[in-house]
Design a protein around this ligand. Structure first.
Ligand code: FES
Length: 176
C-alpha cells in the first residue's frame, strides 16, 4: 500500500519545477535501489522552498523516494535544522549544552527570551524571529554560541552582542 493510500487523502503539496529538478539531481547520485539515501538533501530542498517541512511534504517525499513515511519523519525529527511548522523569518538556536551552559548559554537564551518577549520554542508576535534552545553546535571553544537560520554561527554571545544581533535582525526584517 502506498503512503498516500495509507493517508487516504490526495496530497495538496507541490513544488516548483526548479525544486523538482533539484530533487532529481540529488537522487541520481545514488543507485536506483538506494534513492532514499537522498532524503536529507531532499528535506533540505523542501524547507528551502516552503520554509518548513509539513507532514504532507513528508508523505510526498516518502512516495517520491519509495520509503515509509515514518522513516522520512524520523529523519525530519532527528535533525533540529528541519522546521516541522512555520517559523519566523529568522530562527535563532541558542546552545544550552554543557560547555555553553558553563559560560552563560542559558543566560543568553533567557536574555533573548526577555528582549524578544517570546518563550523558547516560539515565534515573536510579528512573525519575525523564532527562538529555540539547541544541543551542542560544535563550537564549544566559542561558548556561548548561537546559530541564525541554521547557517550563521555567532560566537561569545554576551548581552551586548545579543542586543546587537536582535537589532540587526529587526533592521533586516524591516528592509524587506
Ligand atoms: S556546548 Fe555549545 S557549542 Fe558545544
Amino acid at each position: 500500500m502506498s503512503n498516500s493510500a495509507m493517508n487516504d487523502k490526495p496530497l495538496s503539496v507541490s513544488f516548483s519545477d526548479e525544486t523538482l529538478a533539484l530533487f532529481e539531481k540529488e537522487v541520481v547520485k545514488y543507485p536506483t535501489e538506494r534513492r532514499q539515501a537522498a532524503v536529507i538533501a531532499c528535506l533540505t530542498l523542501v524547507q528551502q522552498e516552503h520554509g518548513h517541512v509539513s507532514s504532507e511534504s513528508e508523505l510526498w517525499l516518502a512516495e517520491y523516494l519509495g520509503m515509509p513515511a515514518i522513516a522520512v519523519h524520523e529523519v525530519a525529527t532527528f535533525y533540529n535544522m528541519f522546521n516541522l511548522e512555520p517559523v519566523g523569518r529568522f530562527k535563532i538556536n541558542v546552545c544550552t549544552n554543557l560547555s555553553c551552559q558553563l559560560r552563560g548559554g542559558q543566560k543568553a537564551l533567557e536574555h533573548l527570551s526577555q528582549k524578544l518577549n517570546v518563550t523558547p520554542g516560539h515565534t515573536t508576535a510579528d512573525g519575525l524571529i523564532r527562538l529555540e534552545p539547541a544541543e551542542c553546535l560544535g563550537a564549544c571553544a566559542d561558548a556561548p554560541v548561537l546559530l541564525v537560520n541554521d547557517t550563521h554561527m555567532c560566537s561569545f554571545m554576551d548581552n551586548d552582542k545579543l542586543d546587537q544581533l536582535v537589532d540587526a535582525l529587526h533592521k533586516e526584517g524591516a528592509q524587506t
